[in-house]
Structures are given as structure tokens and as C-alpha cells.
Design a protein around this ligand. Structure first.
Ligand SMILES: [Mn+2]
Length: 344
């Protein structure tokens, strides 16, 4: 089915599901990124417009990255922690930009959502969900929601258009990463409605002073090996920093792979990045975490998490070493000599 026909059929099915219901809960990724926040707000708008539902938004983790905090503030979002949600109170539960059983959302495993809209590769559990729209060829989940809004004849207000535009730009790194025609068309549609000044303010979100200390530590710990740069942050109070550092290191001239790890909330969190779409970051990540944790992502970027059982420094260091070894093996750089990225 072509994109437009698919959207039309999906929207019809979604409308049928929403009709006659009163309360919708939308659960986003843990430590939600702009794409998942924008997609959630768009789904809330759709649910209101299509069948007059009330909607709550729930998340796990924190909103740490400066841009994401700026976006939440701009949208005046009342995000509720998943731990405080009574799931029985809702008629429908939706997951956006994530899927059941991926380990990067806090929807309890005993709760099966009715709606999943996402652009990560489809997971086994997702096949049991009544309404799914999984488009792994899309650069952002927000792009799928933009198609729904257009199909439903709903014009996004300025904050929603701004959030969706930023969500797509952020996931696709300004259309340079895993973006396709639908992402470009969505951005073109949104551009006239978006607040460009606010986009700039969000993109340059304020950061706390500790950010610079973490950055300094990340660079001091960074090692180059073959085509890769890796580093670890140790304990972090902002898990988004891990992805941010992995992105930053990938800008180095000769680097085609990066990995950054950090500990947060009794888990070792891992981000990997690659500059080549033929590399399958998602597969590498799932190989790295294997049965010890969960992981997922896209062609060029992926994340994973492994629970820390003892919580000791030794356990953490052992795990970091293991993950590092598996990473270098997976990318074929195990035998290459290593060096520091910057002098200490
Ligand atoms: Mn996304």
C-alpha cells in the first residue's frame, strides 16, 4: 500500500478505535526525546479532534537534555511519571516512538497497549496490539503523525507544529540521517505553521553547569580504536548525556563508529552511533546486550540498557569491559591498537 492510502486506512481504523472512548493514556520513551514528545502531543490532538477524548501523557526516566526540557516547557506539558499511573483508569493506552518489551519505556509488561505508532523495527509483542502503525523506513514517528493530521484535516497550532518540526529535525539530524521523502514532505508542510524563533531557542536549550564537567570527563576518558571512539561517563544524573556524547564524538573526521556508556538508575546505559547506513547499529546493539539486557534502534543509532545487579564499582567495570569488547568485535576493530582521543 502506498503511503497516502496506508495513512487513510490507518486513520479510519484509529477513528473507529477511539470512538465512544473517554480517556487515552499516551506513554512515551523513557527520558523522552523530541520525536516521542511531539508524536505524543500530536496523538493527543488527534484523539481530541477525532473523538473528543481526554488524554494524559506518561513517561519514565527524566527529561534531562537541555533541548528536551526547553520543548516540554514550551509545550506546557504535564508529563506524569509511569510509576504514578493507574492504568485501569484509562479506556485506551498508546505507545509512541517505542514498542512493548523494548526496555526503553516504563509501561509495565503486564499492560498491553491498544495503540502502537513507531518507526523502530517491529517487535514480536507488537503483533498482539490491536492498532499498530510501524514504519521503520521513516526518519521519525512525528512524520507518521503529521500524515494523520493532514489526512484528518486538522491544522496543527503553532506549538504543535513547532514540536513536530523539531522532532523530525532532531531524529533525522536536519534530514541528514535516515530521512526519506515523507520526512521532507512533513517538514515542508509544518514549516509555515512553526515558530522559527522558538525552534532556535529550543535547539540551544540551557544546560546546568555540571554539563561541562561531564563533557570534560567524557573527553578525558575517550579512546580511539580503529574506526571507533568510545568513552564512559560513569554515574550520570542526566541519562540523555550519553546519547549526546555519542553524537558529538561521531563528528570526528576519521570516525565511523562511536559508543558512550553511563550508569543511571541501577542500569548501564549504552548509546552507539555510526555514520554509515550500511552498518546496522540496531543489530550491533542487540548483539552487545544479548540476553543480559535490552536494546534497539535504527540503522545508524541505537541504545541499550543492562540492569546492574550488585551495584558495585567492580560489577560496573566488568560490564563496561565486556560491552567494550563485544562492541569492538562486532565492528571488526578488536585487534586494532588503541589511543587516547585527547591528552589527559
Ligand atoms: Mn524517534
Amino acid at each position: 500500500m502506498k503511503g497516502a492510502e496506508k495513512t487513510s486506512a490507518k486513520l479510519q481504523k484509529l477513528t473507529e478505535l477511539l470512538t465512544g472512548k473517554a480517556y487515552l493514556l499516551v506513554v512515551v520513551q523513557d527520558s523522552p526525546d523530541p520525536d516521542s514528545l511531539a508524536a505524543a502531543v500530536a496523538l493527543r490532538r488527534l484523539a481530541k479532534g477525532l473523538a473528543n477524548l481526554q488524554c494524559s501523557l506518561a513517561y519514565g526516566g527524566t527529561v534531562g537534555r537541555g533541548e528536551n526540557r526547553a520543548l516540554v516547557k514550551y509545550l506546557s506539558l504535564n508529563l506524569r511519571p509511569c510509576s504514578e499511573i493507574d492504568y485501569d483508569k484509562f479506556d485506551l493506552i498508546a505507545l509512541v516512538d517505542t514498542q512493548p518489551g523494548t526496555g526503553n519505556n516504563s509501561l509495565p509488561e503486564t499492560v498491553l497497549p491498544e495503540i502502537v505508532i513507531d518507526h523502530h523495527p517491529i517487535r514480536r509483542q507488537t503483533r498482539m496490539v490491536p492498532f499498530t502503525d510501524i514504519r521503520s523506513g521513516y526518519g521519525a514517528t512525528a512524520t507518521i503523525l503529521v500524515e494523520y493530521l493532514i489526512e484528518a484535516g486538522i491544522t496543527p497550532d503553532t506549538p504543535l507544529a513547532t514540536a513536530l518540526l523539531y522532532g523530525i529535525r532532531s531524529d533525522t539530524q536536519d534530514l541528514g540521517r535516515e530521512a526519506g521523502r515523507p520526512d521532507i514532505e512533513a517538514i515542508e508542510f509544518l514549516y509555515p505553521f512553526a515558530n522559527k524563533r522558538m525552534l532556535s531557542i529550543i535547539q540551544r536549550g540551557k544546560v546546568p553547569r555540571i554539563y561541562y564537567q561531564m563533557l570534560a570527563d567524557a573527553l578525558r576518558n575517550a579512546r580511539v580504536q580503529g574506526p571507533a571512539i568510545i568513552t564512559e561517563l560513569g554515574d550520570v544524573d542526566n541519562p540523555d548525556m550519553i546519547a549526546e556524547v555519542a553524537d558529538l564524538l561521531l563528528r570526528e573526521d576519521e570516525t565511523t563508529w562511536t559508543m558512550c556508556t553511563g550508569c543511571w538508575n541501577d542500569k548501564l546505559l549504552i548509546s552507539i552511533r555510526t555514520s554509515e547506513e550500511s552498518n546496522l547499529a540496531e543489530k550491533v546493539m542487540r548483539h552487545m546486550v544479548a540476553r543480559r539486557g535490552t536494546g534497539g534502534g535504527h540503522l545508524t543509532y541505537a541504545g541499550g540498557q543492562i540492569p546492574l545487579i550488585e551495584g558495585t564499582k567492580q560489577e560496573r567495570e566488568r560490564l563496561e569491559k565486556q560491552i567494550e569488547r563485544r562492541f569492538f568485535e562486532a565492528i571488526g576493530a578488536a585487534d586494532r591498537p588503541g589511543a587516547r582521543l585527547v591528552s589527559a
